[in-house]
Design a protein around this ligand. Structure first.
Ligand SMILES: C=CC1=C(C)c2cc3[nH]c(cc4nc(cc5[nH]c(cc1n2)c(C)c5CCC(=O)O)C(CCC(=O)O)=C4C)c(C)c3C=C
Ligand SMILES: [Fe+2]
Ligand SMILES: [Fe+2]
Length: 363
């Protein structure tokens, strides 16, 4: 047997970024494939299984993809879906921040790049210890736990599992709040400031929070810390929840209801909206907020709704994420000099003996 003996390659540390996933193309077929996988996840939809599959296959998959084509087309870039393009930029920026110390991989819970492929790439780069960062500042079973489920399912298929550490949330991380505030302040410096800042998070069904999901509280804490850091007075900011689906109650107040009300009931003319639950811009921010909610606000008599971009691959974001990861990588990054010398000596001895699975010394 002739194989590359893994004991000759030094163990490396990896960082795996996981985001939600997005269609491969703005076409009904690609969107259907994506929604089928995403909406079949029991973490995302907790409805009784048979009933939900009937709804999904009879009422959602035949119609929703076609309706979404136009929405995805509006935000699609030369590099594909914004969520994927920005995630790649984040991966590259973190890779250059860490240099040779850490191999940075990227995967999506649904679609491509798949977790299976990302794990295979990290393994072939020699990664034996891996920090996993779901790109959701606020923990939710629907996103963070779903990413971990997909990761652990993929790891079940691998013979040699890496050592693992996971980050559950970073909603109140000081560097993260600072990055959000700095990004908003520089946006205000460039574009001027609205009369009200709406902090809009993706909604989830209210029942999940009642059953113990910490998402609602973590969103409120992020918003509170951010407003305090920005020095906003009560009344100059508020929190709402966007992108709900279906008829059951989701976390409230709903962004699509609050936004026109800010114009009609509160007389807000210039509204700024920021979405700190999204680490990268995507359909839900670029189309739903920046295009659709902006039109709703104008129709309700508002002058302008401006969407403040997500942290994306901005240097402040990359620095904050790198700092967060460094805290979780403690003990994995430093190889003391005497250990390095010992490892080198051991590798030399191994080279000299050169065992293979069918060498006589092993029989
Ligand atoms: C049906 C249940 C859904 C739950 C629960 C949910 C939670 C949730 N989602 C995000 C982040 C994103 N969602 C995105 C799109 C999207 N989300 C749902 C449904 C649920 N999300 C659907 C059906 C879709 C597809 C688009 C649509 O049909 O409206 C995206 C963007 C993907 C893209 O391609 O750009 C992100 C990101 C979070 C953070 C969250 C709960 C905390
Ligand atoms: Fe979603
Ligand atoms: Fe949506």
């Amino acid at each position: 047997m002739n194989m590359e003996t893994p004991h000759r390659t030094p163990a490396r540390t990896g960082l795996l970024l996981i985001n939600l996933g997005t269609p491969d193309a703005p076409t009904a077929g690609a969107i259907r494939r994506y929604l089928r996988q995403f909406l079949s996840d029991r973490r995302v939809v907790e409805f009784p299984r048979a009933l939900w599959l009937a709804v999904l296959y009879l009422f959602i998959l035949p119609f929703r993809p076609r309706r979404l084509v136009h929405a995805y087309e509006k935000v699609w870039t030369a590099r594909g879906s914004p969520l994927l393009a920005i995630s790649r930029d984040q991966q590259q920026a973190l890779a250059s921040t860490f240099g040779a110390d850490v191999v940075v991989g990227l995967a999506m819970s649904y679609g491509e790049p798949s977790i299976e492929n990302a794990l295979a790439e990290l393994e072939s780069a020699g990664v034996r210890r891996m920090l996993v960062l779901p790109m959701y500042p606020q923990y939710s079973g629907t996103t963070t736990a779903a990413a971990f489920d997909a990761l652990f399912a993929a790891l079940r298929q691998r013979r040699w599992m890496p050592e693992l550490r996971t980050i559950g949330s970073y909603h109140d991380d000081a560097a993260h709040i600072e990055a959000l505030a700095t990004s908003i302040e520089s946006w205000w410096q460039a574009h001027g400031r609205g009369e009200h800042l709406l902090i809009s998070f993706h909604s989830i069904p209210r029942a999940y929070v009642e059953a113990g999901d910490p998402y609602f509280c973590q969103c409120q804490k992020t918003a509170r810390l951010l407003a305090a850091r920005l020095g906003l007075e009560t009344g100059a900011w508020s929190v709402s929840f966007q992108s709900r689906l279906g008829r059951q109650p989701w976390l409230m107040p709903y962004s699509d209801i609050v936004i026109p009300q800010l114009a009609t009931a509160r007389g807000v003319r210039r509204l700024d909206v920021v979405c700190p639950g999204f680490s990268a811009d995507c359909l839900e921010t670029l189309e739903e907020v920046a295009i659709r909610y902006a039109a709703d606000f104008a129709a309700a008599g508002g002058e302008t709704l401006r969407y403040i971009p997500a942290l994306n691959a901005q240097p402040v974001h990359i620095a904050a994420l790198a700092e967060l990861c460094r805290q979780h990588l403690q003990g994995w990054l430093e190889t003391p000099a005497e250990d390095a010398a010992e490892i080198a000596a051991r590798l030399q001895r191994v080279e000299a003996i050169g065992p293979t699975l069918d060498s006589p010394s092993l029989r």
